[in-house]
Design a protein around this ligand. Structure first.
Ligand SMILES: Nc1nc2c(c(=O)[nH]1)N[C@H]1C(S)=C(S)[C@@H](COP(=O)(O)O)O[C@H]1N2
Ligand SMILES: [Mo]
Length: 202
């Protein structure tokens, strides 16, 4: 569905890296050129749940149970205090849609349609304003990707979302269900998945 969104440069890098890895790992094996297609398949075709590649699955991040739990709540802390939002609360807020690519340093970039709540609406709900930054905390613990921070220029952007949907369907668990960060013009590493809380910073 979004194959045309995968950049040619991303494909070339992924292909070159895949071939190098296969040459390195399969020298002397008789099925080297068959496994080559297994290795390259998912990335070259942009496959993954909801037609988007995955960096770190929910299982790898050890968040499967906490992400699926119906006790999940988003906690948002700001100058006016802390508010918690259930998934239903978030879906009852005004929703918007953004077309924003995930661009991973591993060498792929793929465009996707995201919908959810504007980050700035959540910031405003706890007394934040135009000058505030926000720190996002993932349910995932102990990873360099567990926390990300964005400055006010991203917080205020119309297209910056706490995304709940991808291509019109609830996020797949591997894409950050129940909620993830989506902001235009930022590297994939900062599009934090499985959000637990947001902290409004001065
Ligand atoms: N919590 C968490 N968020 C994360 C990651 C991760 O490992 N853990 N990987 C990041 C990286 S490197 C990328 S490129 C994107 C990939 O998003 P996707 O797997 O939905 O395509 O998620 C980002 N968000
Ligand atoms: Mo990435």
């Amino acid at each position: 569905m979004n194959q045309e969104g995968t950049t040619r440069r991303g494909l070339l890098i992924a292909t070159a890296a895949g071939v190098a890895a296969v040459v390195a790992t399969t020298a002397g094996q008789s099925f080297g050129w068959l496994s080559r297609f297994n290795v390259l398949g998912p990335r070259v075709r942009g496959l993954g749940p909801q037609s988007l590649p995955v960096n770190t699955t929910a299982a790898e991040a050890r968040v499967v149970d906490v992400a699926r739990a119906d006790t999940w709540r988003l906690s948002v802390t700001g100058p006016a205090g802390t508010r918690t939002f259930s998934l239903t609360d978030l879906r009852n807020m005004p929703q918007s849609t953004s077309e924003v690519p995930i661009a991973c340093v591993e060498g792929w970039s793929s465009t996707a349609d995201w919908s959810g709540v504007r980050v700035r609406d959540l910031v405003d709900a706890v007394g934040g304003s135009d000058t505030n930054s926000v720190r996002f905390h993932s349910l995932q613990e102990g990873s360099q990707y567990s926390v990300s921070t964005m400055g006010p220029e991203f917080v205020r952007a119309e297209a910056t979302l706490l995304a709940l949907d991808l291509f019109g369907e609830p996020l797949d668990l591997d894409h950050g269900f129940p909620a993830r960060v989506i902001a235009p013009g930022r590297p994939g590493v900062l599009q934090t998945k499985w959000i637990a809380s947001m902290e409004v910073l001065p």
